[in-house]
Design a protein around this ligand. Structure first.
Ligand SMILES: N=CN[C@@H](CCC(=O)O)C(=O)O
Ligand SMILES: [Zn+2]
Length: 412
């Protein structure tokens, strides 16, 4: 069945199939057609153009998009959507003066979520996670990456990854799975962290790979968590199973994680709130996507990723939510878009590129989603009647999305 969208005020992010990502100055451009039509068939985009060139065919299914903007759905390349329970008490503790680090040192933080995850039955973890996924899809997300990392035992990590697998089977959007067993060092390994690395590398990783539960490998390379040496060990081991790195680096300290990620041809390096000139240099002439997570900066009151510095170096940037119970209890990509403009001084064009085509690249999904391109999935956002696309990041906190289409179908 074909569906025609007509009288579209503006059709945004139109790209040739060979464009997989955009970098530096290219990010200032957001190719668009004003007063456009778009034709989809079943789950695919098949054609588009200017209204004045609309073929004279009577399409039975047509949607009048007068005054509305159509663009590809958001591509959220960094989330921890699968978790159990919440950590609102830590939020209150931080308001009362404790730091994220102090909370973690008291056994809160990631270890707190790991305890809850381990105690929660798998089907209950699935129900909670599915509800979050449905929430973000209604907010415009049409492709997502999800990490493990709150299990921290073989049983817990495999449980999380099975939940991700079930989400992949039950939901119609592309979902990529990442193994983050090296997210925090469990209490019982504090005096011998290498023993935990050995467990992750020699016991859990082979099972994850053999059961085909994750495509990517992740590690929290940070003071107090995992070292650059741990990062090299894990990424080398994962390479043998064909798992590409997408790693947490430079959130609080620059300790050389970016260089390590690049050495292992990481698909992305994520967080980047603290960036040295050496880190920027390390990313030049590589295929690694820098990913910024501005909702995390907002929630933890930590610096924002220096987007202008990264863009001035002609590097690309993708933006993602980091949806998780501790540092970012929000999966709202519309907020990410606004924060990128307001706090990181990205232009609306740069930010929209970062949440669409570059997000798709950071999940190796540029062939399927992230732009209006013939043959790509009809995963689309149709806005309410709004004055311009700049209104989307400008009117932060308002929902300006009228309908989200996944595989050509409106979701309720
Ligand atoms: N920084 C590491 N991991 C998560 C937060 C984990 C948590 O606090 O639960 C992040 O990406 O922000
Ligand atoms: Zn994260």
């Amino acid at each position: 069945m074909k569906t025609l969208f007509k009288n579209i005020k503006e059709l945004l992010q139109i790209r040739d199939p060979e464009v997989k990502k955009v970098a530096g100055r290219q990010m200032k451009e957001l190719p668009a057609i004003k007063n456009a039509w778009l034709l989809i068939e079943e789950d695919k985009i098949i054609d588009f153009g200017k209204m004045e060139n609309l073929p004279e065919i009577d399409f039975k299914n047509s949607i009048d998009a007068s005054g509305k903007i159509i663009l590809p759905t958001w591509c959220d390349s960094h989330t921890h959507i699968v978790y159990a329970g919440n950590r609102e008490q830590e939020f209150a503790d931080r308001i009362n003066g404790l730091s994220y680090e102090e909370i973690a040192n008291r056994g809160g933080g990631i270890l707190n979520s790991a305890k809850t995850l381990q105690e929660t039955p798998e089907d209950e973890v699935y129900q909670q996670s599915a509800a979050r996924l449905e929430e973000v899809m209604k907010l415009g997300t049409g492709a997502v990456e999800i990490k493990s990392g709150y299990g921290l035992t073989e049983e817990g990590e495999l449980k999380m990854l099975r939940v991700i697998k079930k989400l992949q089977q039950d939901y119609d959007i592309p979902i990529k799975a990442t193994f983050l067993g090296a997210h925090a060092i469990p209490k019982e390994y504090k005096s011998d962290p290498q023993k935990y690395m050995d467990l992750v590398i020699n016991e859990i990783l082979p099972k994850v790979a053999n059961q085909n539960l994750a495509e990517y490998i992740d590690i929290f390379c940070e003071k107090g968590y995992f070292s650059v040496d741990d990062t090299h060990q894990l990424l080398s081991a994962a390479k043998k199973y064909g798992m590409k790195p997408k790693i947490h680096v430079n959130q609080f300290n620059a300790i050389g994680g970016i260089k390590a990620g690049v050495a292992h041809e990481a698909l992305s390096v994520d967080h980047l709130e603290v960036m040295t000139s050496e880190d920027i240099e390390a990313l030049k002439n590589t295929a690694t996507m820098p990913v910024a997570l501005p909702s995390c900066s907002l929630f933890l009151s930590i610096p924002y990723t220096p987007a202008r510095k990264i863009l001035e170096a002609e590097l690309p940037i993708a933006l993602a939510t980091d949806f998780n119970p501790g540092s970012t209890p929000s999966g709202n990509m519309n907020l990410v878009l606004s924060l990128a403009c307001i706090k990181m001084k990205m232009t609306p064009e740069e930010a929209i590129n970062a949440v669409t085509i570059n997000g798709a690249y950071a999940m190796e999904l540029s062939d399927k989603v992230g732009s209006i391109t013939k043959g790509k999935k009809a995963n689309l956002i149709m806005t309410k009647e709004i004055p311009s696309y700049t209104f989307l990041p400008y009117a932060f906190g308002s929902n300006n999305i009228e309908t989200v289409f996944i595989n050509g179908k409106a979701i309720e």
